[in-house]
Design a protein around this ligand. Structure first.
Ligand SMILES: Nc1nc2c(ncn2[C@@H]2O[C@H](COP(=O)(O)OP(=O)(O)OP(=O)(O)O)[C@@H](O)[C@H]2O)c(=O)[nH]1
Ligand SMILES: [Mg+2]
Length: 340
């Protein structure tokens, strides 16, 4: 029975209530509830923070796999092949594709093998695979905050592995993939792809290289270039000098080489599990996310402080050369840090 004079819950409490409900539904396997939660994650703000609170207690089981590489390298095509194999093996993969430039749908990603809508075990409510693309470009700090949270949410509601696909062009994208348990870098035959990967910092984060589009000429050259670069740079994994990333060949369109990629990903997890390496990755991931959150919060405060009366005045004085940029920034920083 509801009390007649009950006060309506505040906006925050009401939203929190529905986030709780959605989360409970998602844990039971509701795709709809999970989709809604992911939309809230994408938007950021209070609701996303509530989801973070809920998810972090249940997460921690999933193998987080990052897949990156140049635009159009075939990351989604390869991911589709991996998903199909995980499903066949009775696992529950989730995919988060960040800012894909080519369209990504459940149907397309799996070709004719399995339609995403059908990936529900008969007689079971739980879906066995979930694919979602996320648009974060343009949101300030969106990617750095939304991606780890979305991955944690997938993990918390029972998906494993959780695959994060990002285009390997920006530092944040590379950081996100580098913070995964296993980072897969996809290269293709083409002008200096291995060199590009090196420039983008992908060589340093790669646990596994895949030379995709091996049906095209030049694939062996890319493999050789990557091999040479590993020799020269002494880049041998992120924190472990004895690890040398394997270089695999694939033709994702036909699925050739995908079994080997699945095996390499499993092998890498086994390798991480042999000692505390996985813990090191996890710590790195948490640290990266905590830092990103602080940076995001601080950057908002910086903007506010610069737009305040005192901030506007200091900047104007610097513009008029009455103050040096150094003095102006010190003035604003002192206010920001409460030193005045
Ligand atoms: N020849 C050949 N084409 C491929 C192969 N794998 C993917 N492609 C094609 O390459 C194009 C890009 O594939 P996607 O899987 O969308 O590539 P992506 O890396 O996910 O692209 P973005 O997410 O937009 O950066 C598509 O036209 C694919 O059909 C392959 O092994 N061989
Ligand atoms: Mg893609």
């Amino acid at each position: 029975m509801t009390p007649p004079e009950s006060t309506p819950p505040s906006g925050r409490a009401r939203r929190r209530g529905s986030v709780d409900e959605l989360y409970a539904e998602a844990r039971k396997g509701s795709r709809l509830a999970l989709g809604r939660l992911l939309t809230l994650v994408e938007r950021g703000g209070d609701a996303a923070d509530s989801i973070s609170e809920l998810a972090h207690t249940d997460a921690g089981q999933a193998h987080i796999v990052g897949i990156t590489g140049a635009p159009g390298a075939g990351k989604s095509t390869l991911t589709g092949q991996l998903v199909a194999r995980y499903v066949e093996a009775g696992r529950r993969p989730a995919v988060l594709a960040v800012d894909p430039s080519s369209p990504l749908t459940g149907g397309a990603i799996l070709g004719d093998r399995i339609r995403m809508d059908d990936v529900v075990v008969p007689g079971e409510e739980r879906s066995v695979a979930f694919i979602r693309s996320m648009a974060t470009r343009g949101h300030s700090g969106g990617l750095a905050l939304a991606v780890p949270l979305a991955a944690r949410l997938f993990d918390a509601v029972g998906y494993d592995p959780v695959i994060i696909e990002t285009v390997g062009v920006g530092q944040v994208e590379v950081d996100v993939v580098g913070a995964a348990d296993t980072a897969v870098v996809v290269a293709t035959p083409g002008m200096g792809d291995a060199v590009q990967a090196n420039k983008a910092g992908l060589l340093e984060v790669a646990d596994i290289f895949v030379v995709n589009k091996a049906d095209r000429p030049g694939a062996n050259d890319v493999r050789r270039d990557l091999d040479l670069m590993l020799d020269l740079s002494h880049v041998t994994g992120q924190e472990d000098t004895n690890y040398r990333p394997p270089i695999l060949m694939s033709s994702a369109l036909e699925g050739a080489g995908a079994d080997e990629v699945v095996k390499a990903i499993d092998d890498h997890l086994a390798y991480l599990g042999t000692n505390d390496r996985r813990l090191v990755r996890r710590r790195h991931r948490v640290r990266t996310e905590v830092r990103a959150r602080i940076e995001q919060a601080l950057s908002l405060r910086i903007e506010a402080e610069m737009d305040s009366n005192a901030g506007t005045e200091a900047v104007a004085k610097a513009e008029a050369a009455e103050l040096s940029p150094t003095a102006a920034s010190t003035l604003i920083l002192d206010r920001l840090l409460g030193r005045t």
